[in-house]
Design a protein around this ligand. Structure first.
Ligand code: BDR
Ligand code: CA
Length: 324
């Protein structure tokens, strides 16, 4: 038998984070070894409470460690987008008492410990601000060559007519901590970046989620409940006529099924300040220009197209086959 893929999930749950975490928890070839939280879709207390609730609900064993509450070099976090993910970060579904407790280690330390304990074996899937990853690199740069692969949901590269979702050029996970993102994209580990260019190409309609609810047992019912507020944000802002974009699960899919996507390769920089703050800029390999700011940086795989049909079928099959 093939060994399972060991995964650390760095997340800010978050409706689509919860949907991606369920995908990881139910995938038969995934060994979820750690979940680390970051501020983002809620304050750090909220996203950590939500991750612990999801651990209890989904029944996975991996430790949950609390991470950064503010971006690198900052003392305050951005206002949580309650109009997207609800006041409680999980689409305002009722959250019962949470009995699971967090790992005593800070998120960055858990990442370091897991990578050191499983050299060349851990894939990091990061779907929030990348503050924890940047802190882990700063505390122990030796982990970088020991990580098997990193798959990130973040950024917007202007392909397929898609642009930013916070500003015309910036995506939420990147503008939330552009300094951290630039460090993480500059580290020499196998990096795949899944931005809005592809996540806005995969849409879960009401019919799609109803089918999950009908065939996915208790998990399917949860997916329907947790996504109602989120779906309403997308339709009421007229981004989609019906349904919502599939952000964080796309980064999971890229780690497990890279063939669902096509990629451009090259070093990526993140704009730290000014009106383009949070913009992600790819210099495609072989591109002629005279800028030096991309020089010496490793190439990343930037997803530029997706087989949305195959990806959505994969999500459905994993949930339905693994349903509890
Ligand atoms: C990203 O921002 C968050 O709101 C989502 O969870 C996703 O990770 C999309 O821009
Ligand atoms: Ca997220």
């Amino acid at each position: 038998v093939m060994p399972k893929l060991k995964v650390i999930f760095d997340t800010d749950p978050g409706v689509d984070d919860a949907m991606a975490l369920l995908l990881l928890a139910r995938h038969p070839e995934v060994d979820l070894v750690g979940v680390t939280t970051c501020f983002g879709n809620g304050a750090i207390e909220t996203t950590t409470r939500n991750a612990l609730y999801l651990k209890q609900l989904f029944g996975f064993a991996a430790p949950v460690a609390k991470g950064a509450g503010v971006p690198l070099g900052d003392t305050v976090a951005s206002e949580p987008p309650t109009f997207v993910h609800g006041d409680n970060g999980l689409g305002n579904i009722p959250i019962p008492e949470v009995t699971e407790t967090a790992d005593p280690r800070p998120a960055a330390q858990l990442i370091i410990d897991l990578v050191r304990a499983n050299p060349h074996d851990v894939t990091i899937i990061a779907v929030g601000r990348m503050t924890n990853l940047a802190e882990a690199i700063a505390q122990d740069p030796g982990i970088v060559p020991l990580v098997k692969a990193v798959s990130v949901m973040g950024g917007a590269f202007g392909r397929n007519g898609h642009s930013g979702n916070v500003t015309p050029v910036a995506e939420a996970n990147i503008i939330g901590d552009p300094v951290a993102a630039d460090i993480v994209f500059g580290a020499d580990w196998p990096m795949t970046i899944v931005g809005l260019d592809v996540t806005h190409e995969s849409v879960m309609t009401d019919d799609y989620v109803k089918d999950l609810a009908a065939h996915g047992g208790k998990d399917g019912a949860f997916l329907w409940e947790v996504s109602r507020f989120y779906a309403n944000f997308y339709t009421s802002t007229r981004q989609f006529l019906n349904g919502f974009a599939v952000h964080d699960s796309s980064a999971v899919a890229a780690a497990l099924h890279p063939e669902f996507f096509t990629y451009e390769r090259g070093p990526v920089r993140v704009v730290a300040d000014g009106i383009a703050r949070g913009q992600t800029i790819l210099r495609p390999e072989g591109h002629y220009d005279r800028a030096t700011d991309w020089d010496g940086r490793p190439s990343c795989n930037v997803a530029v197209s997706v087989d949305a049909k195959a990806f959505l079928a994969f999500y459905r099959d994993t949930i339905v086959n693994g349903a509890r």
